[in-house]
Write a protein of this length. Structure first.
Length: 502
């Protein structure tokens, strides 16, 4: 590893020591110790932390070596327990580079060498840290075998950042989360310093002549503004200098980041499709995010590597379709293909769920009101009047968003309302079908189909499709996979046959 990684580690330890020094000093000086003694104790603790951590990092640096051989990439590390790990070069599918602000100043990068399997300690080697030029050289060396002849039509830059895309940042789900986090951070920090009561009294003094209702409204507005600013800043940090390009031989590369620079590689052979994600706020502005459906990527956004699947930030829907077509090497975007709607039974099911979701809690509150206090009766009425129309509207929107179809080499499915998702999945990448039908679905004559694949989330669903139509769709989309389990049954009153499961 590069010797300058010691400076990076020492700087981080200095930040940790500095952040804990003031609370520690205030805590010690508040007791019987004089200020000079408290300061001496704090400085001694900081020296031990920084010195000990740097020494441990120096030992790690001295005992870590990597080697790029003709067949293997090897990593040796450890002092008492020596770990030796290796990856076959023929299995390497990605070489990702990341660098935080401090590492960028020092000219260092972290190199993640992956095999295309799901992210984990056994399938990834991390070189922490090497020089930036060395990281780029490693990337070109390890991915050189994947390169093929140039394709001027499809190779090159597929998308690059447009500053106008930042207008979609405030309408994402990040804004309320950051607003809540900002309010919580103020209270938490004030509690650390024992000043939470003072902060609450100070806020109360500012709104002394304002009613409680308007005080709550003003505080919510302040938190929302903080969330908006945070969402804008997060967007800039994540997508600054964004660039999506296809390198010769079919490797997709995404480069982005303001403070933490990221370079993510995705071998095209691992790609099984794309997903257009439209959160409700973003969808109202006719925009969508483009994600990859590929093997070897994290399955959920909760995973620390969840952003590896992001191919583009929220962009205008037409542009998202165009990016999807370019990524899939298609002339027309499969995600924009017309889809078959679902039967009215699917709408009735969603309206029924909405009514249960709105009237159920109201009935529970009303029952408690009859038993405990009449106040809960008013709360129950307000809950039913406010919650039920919203849930019914979302249910109708969810029904309108249902759809499925086949577009060339891809099967397409769409569903969701708060988070609408349109998935174009390679038909050749479907390895199985799971047909689910609950008792209520059987009564309604609908079923749910799950297309199983080794990529992305592992399965993508077609919710509440008509029985015969859904089975026919599955049989046509992936021939011979479901056909052995189907038999034609004549529809009542017609000579035609409909497929049904045996």
């Amino acid at each position: 590893m590069h010797p300058r990684s010691l400076l990076a580690g020492a700087a981080v330890l200095c930040g940790v020591a500095g952040g804990g020094a003031l609370p520690a000093f205030l805590s010690l000086s508040a007791g019987s110790r004089p200020a000079w003694q408290a300061a001496a104790w704090v400085l001694a603790g900081a020296f031990l932390l920084i010195g000990g951590g740097t020494a441990a990092d120096w030992i790690r640096l001295r005992r870590t070596r990597y080697r790029i051989g003709p067949e293997l990439v090897e990593l040796h590390t450890g002092l008492v327990v020596v770990k030796r790990r290796s990856l076959a070069r023929e299995r390497i599918r990605s070489v990702d580079l990341t660098a935080n602000p401090l590492q960028r100043v020092l000219g260092l990068v972290k190199v993640g060498i992956g095999t295309g399997e799901h992210a984990g300690s056994e399938s990834t080697l991390e070189l922490d840290l090497v020089a930036r030029a060395e990281g780029e050289q490693l990337r070109h060396t390890l991915l050189a075998r994947l390169k093929g002849p140039e394709d001027p039509v499809h190779d090159g830059v597929l998308a690059s950042v447009d500053p106008r895309w930042i207008r979609y940042a405030p309408v994402s789900f990040v804004t309320p989360l950051l607003a809540t986090a900002a309010a919580g951070a103020v209270m938490q920090v004030s509690d650390w310093f024992g000043a939470q009561d003072e902060v609450i009294h100070w806020i109360g003094d500012r709104f002394e002549e304002v009613s409680l209702t308007w005080m709550i409204v003003d505080l919510v507005l302040i938190a929302v503004v903080a969330g908006l600013l945070g969402a804008l800043g997060l967007w800039v940090e994540m997508w600054y200098r964004y660039r999506l390009e296809r390198e010769p031989g079919g490797t997709l590369r995404v480069r982005r980041g303001l403070f933490t620079a990221r370079s993510i590689s995705l071998e095209e052979r691992r790609l099984r499709g794309v997903e257009l994600v439209e959160p409700l706020g973003v969808r109202l502005f006719r925009a969508a995010r483009v994600d990859a459906v590929a093997t070897g990527l994290a399955q959920s956004d909760d995973d620390k590597h969840g952003d590896l699947k992001n191919l583009a930030p929220p962009v205008p829907r037409a542009l998202a379709d165009r990016i999807a077509a370019q990524v899939l090497r298609e002339t027309e975007p499969p995600t924009g293909a017309p889809l078959t709607g679902h039967p009215r039974a699917a709408r009735r099911r969603r309206i029924r769920w909405a009514l249960w979701g709105g009237l159920g809690p109201a009935a529970l509150l009303a029952g408690l009101g009859l038993w405990l206090t009449p106040v809960l009766l008013y709360v129950a009425g307000a809950t039913a009047a406010l919650l039920t129309p919203v849930l019914v509207a979302l249910a109708l929107d969810a029904y309108r968003n249902l759809g499925h179809g086949v577009s060339g080499a891809y099967l397409v499915t769409r569903s969701g309302t708060v988070r609408r998702s349109t998935v174009a999945l390679q038909r050749a990448g479907v390895v199985g079908w799971t047909v689910k039908q609950s008792w209520f679905q059987r009564r309604a004559g609908v079923l749910t189909l799950n297309a199983t694949t080794a990529a992305g989330e592992g399965a993508y669903a077609v919710h509440d499709a008509a029985e015969s139509e859904g089975l026919a769709f599955a049989a046509d989309a992936v021939p011979d996979l479901l056909a052995p389990f189907l038999e034609p049954v004549p529809a009542p009153g017609t000579p035609e046959a409909r497929p049904t499961s045996r």
